[in-house]
Design a protein around this ligand. Structure first.
Ligand code: TXA
Ligand code: MG
Length: 319
């Protein structure tokens, strides 16, 4: 059932079953973070490997000490500056957080989502919600209730409909080493915004799945089923595939006089926030056209453009 009504969702969650929830980033597949039965249902439904830990969603910053400890001062600053919002902090975990949630790690990922419906839902629960993005493992993240319905139609009792996600890209994930922030995953919160809050931060090279700090950062991720290439030279790349049914994903300028089957423009005004909001929906649409190839235009390498290029690069990797 797709609904805006939270009461049934509360009941389903209290019974250790799952609900899809809207957040400002992407939709999440949520269950009681402190209950292993609920958490194991998340892994099962997503077909997610157990080595890939989940994010715990809190109703507010006050509840952070229930989940995490030894919180570095820069983590407090970031939480105060950006919660509720698209920032996930990886912190030392408290013993009450099940090992299943953290894949046996001593750290837990945690954030306060910024969506009125999910915050209202969390207020009615006496536990936090573990929620990965509501897509099967490795596929494109959902930014609307319809996307979630497409993936999990028959498997979810409730999909809470909070409209189109305002940010459209996952949260930025930050861990700490000796109290200093390290970006594990680029996301909706730009590096510039983070650095304005806590000064210079390092970025973890996460092109392979080998880094123990960020177990879920597989190189192929957020991926359409259709073969996808990322390029700065869209026209030349189209010409290299003259006999193929092609869809293009463009930043701001539509192609004229062209032979491609379909075009998606992310932001006609060249606004990277708008491009982020539209990216996954555009990828979902192109992926449903039975194309031979998606040709994606590389975005400018600053601000959210860095995040979008990272997601697109992962979408182009072969399985
Ligand atoms: O915007 C978001 O973050 C969305 C919404 C629903 O909140 N959630 C999301 O979850 O993107 P998911 O499961 O798709 O991605 C969570 C990432 C994974 O890559 C995982 O490896 C990482 O968080 N993670 C979780 N716990 C961690 C930990 N203890 N240490 C390092 N990375 C962790
Ligand atoms: Mg995900």
């Amino acid at each position: 059932m797709i609904t805006k009504e939270i009461n049934f969702a509360v009941e389903v969650l209290n019974n250790n079953n799952l609900v899809a929830i809207p957040t400002e980033t992407v939709y999440g597949l949520a269950g009681n973070a402190l209950n292993t039965e609920a958490v194991s249902k998340i892994f099962k439904l997503k077909n997610r490997p157990f080595y890939n830990p989940l994010i715990v969603h809190l109703k507010s910053i006050e509840f952070l000490p229930q989940i995490a400890r030894n919180i570095p001062s820069k983590a407090c600053k970031l939480a105060q500056d950006f919660w509720p919002g698209p920032l996930t902090l990886v912190l030392d975990k408290n013993p009450n957080v099940p090992d299943l949630v953290t894949s046996g790690k001593s750290t837990v990922a945690v954030r306060v989502p910024n969506h009125p419906l999910s915050l209202a839902l969390l207020q009615k629960l006496d536990f936090p919600l573990a929620a990965p993005s509501a897509n099967p493992f490795g596929s494109i993240s959902p930014t609307s209730a319809a996307h979630v319905d497409h993936y999990f139609q028959n498997d979810l009792e409730v999909i809470l409909d909070g409209g189109q996600c305002q940010r459209g890209i996952e949260s930025t994930i930050i861990g700490f080493k000796d109290g200093d922030p390290i970006v594990y995953r680029l996301g909706s919160l730009s590096l510039d915004e983070i650095q304005q809050s806590v000064g210079k931060v390092k970025t973890l090279e996460t092109k392979t799945s080998k880094q123990p700090e960020a177990p879920g950062m597989l190189s192929r991720h957020y991926a359409p089923k259709t073969d996808t290439v990322l390029t700065e030279h869209v026209r030349e790349t189209i010409q290299a595939f003259p006999h193929e049914k092609i869809g293009v994903l463009l930043f701001k300028n539509r192609l004229t006089n062209d032979t491609v089957y379909s075009q998606e423009v992310l932001s006609e005004s060249g606004d990277l926030n708008e491009a982020a909001r539209n990216l996954y929906a555009a990828m979902h649409r192109l992926d449903q056209l039975d194309l031979d190839k998606i040709i994606a235009e590389k975005l400018p390498e600053f601000g959210l453009g860095l995040t979008l290029n990272d997601k697109l690069t992962r979408a182009t990797k072969k399985a």
